[in-house]
Ligand binder design. Structure first.
Ligand code: HEM
Length: 448
């Protein structure tokens, strides 16, 4: 029976597109944060958005369409008038909000909520609206629709906006190709590439389906609101590019060694070629080939991390088969990510900070913020115990403060770099709920 149910067909037309579909490349877009001061106006805005929201039933080629997608914080659900019994059925971490979880997430010092850009971490961030397109021309029209959903409603205000888009290099600010490693969702009908791992049960990412335990994950109530929905963690992550380049220069002799160190920190060369398959030098053809660039494991190919350090970003965040001999089930900690670049590039070769804001708007989706996003962030990224490295943090995106280490296994002796600075600062973030299209309609129809 469970088997039959777990294979239940995903209701594509009801699930918001980004939950199942990758973002386009190139992409153009903006994120808006809105505050609802009047529930009637808030519901009217949601009603207007419902027919505009992109579902996963749309084109499987995301480049074709401009998309509007909607997520709400706990405060946002409250502001729309969601009944108390329903509010209480959401998970504790979602109800507390990201700012309340800061210590566990490593958001301390300059990343602490007290230093976040407003309205993040306040009670005012209610709705997150994402408008993203594969074509610049299609973006304007969608932006108008998004603005038109609320600009005559005095009880709804846009309180934050940030533009996002691909850099001319097509890479992240730190110079890496991104968007390679994502889990395959069972029944999602998206292309699966070698090395992506076993298809993960849909209930890990969408409410209303069986998860890896064979059960239905606990769903917020009523089902009309939560079925086909999911949780989302949204973070504005500033990249300290100048410091990153200075660090590479200070710890390597010459450009070749710098690029190797850059690769060791991530586990992939800037082109995306994985170190396990290309340990000596970059292989741009491999990096660009989705049939090959993910097709590797660690357990047999690189048990000691001589090719890809056990502390490298991709190995920590998705250890694949490396933890086979432990009790950890990696499939219950897979993270569905969508990264959106903001801010101008620091010119190639520059090593002085120009003061510009630049980084990634990071989006994680899944049915358990605690078991997926928070676990990966706190246990695998911010701690090194699970790979025998005590407190060593992810050198690229961990909450380093200038005192940490980065270990590079090597024969005859390992290399250990000291004094790892912080390369990524959290400038804000929110936990959200992504309702289905029908769930949004349910919110619009509330008459509390
Ligand atoms: C500004 C901060 C970050 C940067 C610049 C960054 C960059 C990257 C890059 C370039 C890749 C390799 C491309 C790919 O495999 O898709 C990657 C992979 C990945 N990152 Fe991050 N990342 C950041 C933060 C995070 C955070 C906060 C998490 C999770 C909590 C995370 C989880 C992952 C995962 C799961 C992978 C895929 C690993 C795999 O499947 O092999 N990253 N990241």
């Amino acid at each position: 029976m469970i088997e039959e149910q777990s294979a239940a067909a995903l209701e594509f037309e009801d699930i918001q597109a980004p939950v199942l579909r990758k973002r386009p490349l190139p992409y153009f877009g903006a994120f808006f944060v809105l505050r609802i001061d009047d529930p009637t106006d808030g519901r009217e805005m949601v009603r207007r958005l419902v027919p505009q929201v992109a579902s996963a039933a749309g084109s499987k080629k995301p480049a074709d369409a401009a998309q509007i997608n909607v997520a709400l914080t706990y405060q946002g659900l409250k502001a729309l008038g969601v009944p108390q019994a329903s509010l209480e059925s959401f998970s504790p971490e979602f109800r507390q909000g990201m700012a309340a979880r800061a210590e566990m997430l490593g958001d301390l010092g300059e990343s602490a909520p007290a230093n976040w850009e407003k309205p993040f971490g306040t009670q005012d961030a209610h709705v997150v609206l994402a408008v993203v397109s594969g074509e610049e021309a299609a973006l304007e029209q969608r932006l108008d629709l998004a603005r038109g959903s609320q600009d005559d409603l005095p009880g709804v205000s846009v309180i934050y906006q940030i533009d996002v888009g691909m850099l001319p290099t097509t890479r992240t600010h730190f110079g890496y190709r991104d968007g390679i490693g994502d889990p395959v969702i069972e029944g999602s009908d998206s292309p699966a590439y070698p090395g992506q791992g076993p298809a993960i049960k849909a209930g890990e990412f969408v409410f209303g389906y069986h998860d890896e335990s064979g059960r239905l994950p606990p769903m917020p109530q009523p089902e009309a609101l939560s079925r086909n929905g999911t949780y989302l963690a949204f973070r504005k992550l500033h990249s300290h590019v100048a410091q990153f380049r200075q660090f590479l220069r200070a710890n390597a002799k010459g450009p070749e060694e710098e690029e190797l160190l850059q690769a060791k920190m991530l586990g992939r060369w800037p082109s995306g070629a994985p170190l396990v398959l290309a340990p000596e030098r970059d292989d741009p053809e491999l990096g660009a080939d989705p049939q090959r660039n993910n097709d590797f494991g660690y357990y047999d190919e690189d048990p000691k991390g001589l090719k890809c350090p056990v502390s490298a970003h991709i190995r920590r965040n998705n250890p694949r088969d490396a933890l086979k001999d432990t009790l950890t089930d990696v499939n219950i900690h897979r993270v569905m990510r969508r990264g959106f670049i903001y801010g101008p590039m620091l010119p190639e070769g520059a090593t002085e900070d120009d003061g510009a804001g630049r980084g990634i708007m990071f989006v994680f989706m899944g049915t358990s913020l605690a078991r997926q996003f928070e676990f990966v962030k706190s246990q695998w990224q911010n701690d090194g115990n699970f790979v025998g490295l005590d407190e060593e943090k992810d050198a690229l995106s961990g909450p380093n403060d200038g005192t940490g280490t980065f270990t590079i296994p090597k024969r005859p002796v390992r290399k250990r770099l000291h004094g790892i600075p912080r390369f990524v600062t959290t400038r804000g973030g929110e936990y959200c709920f992504v309702p289905s299209v029908r769930g949004l309609q349910w919110l619009a129809d509330l008459d509390t």
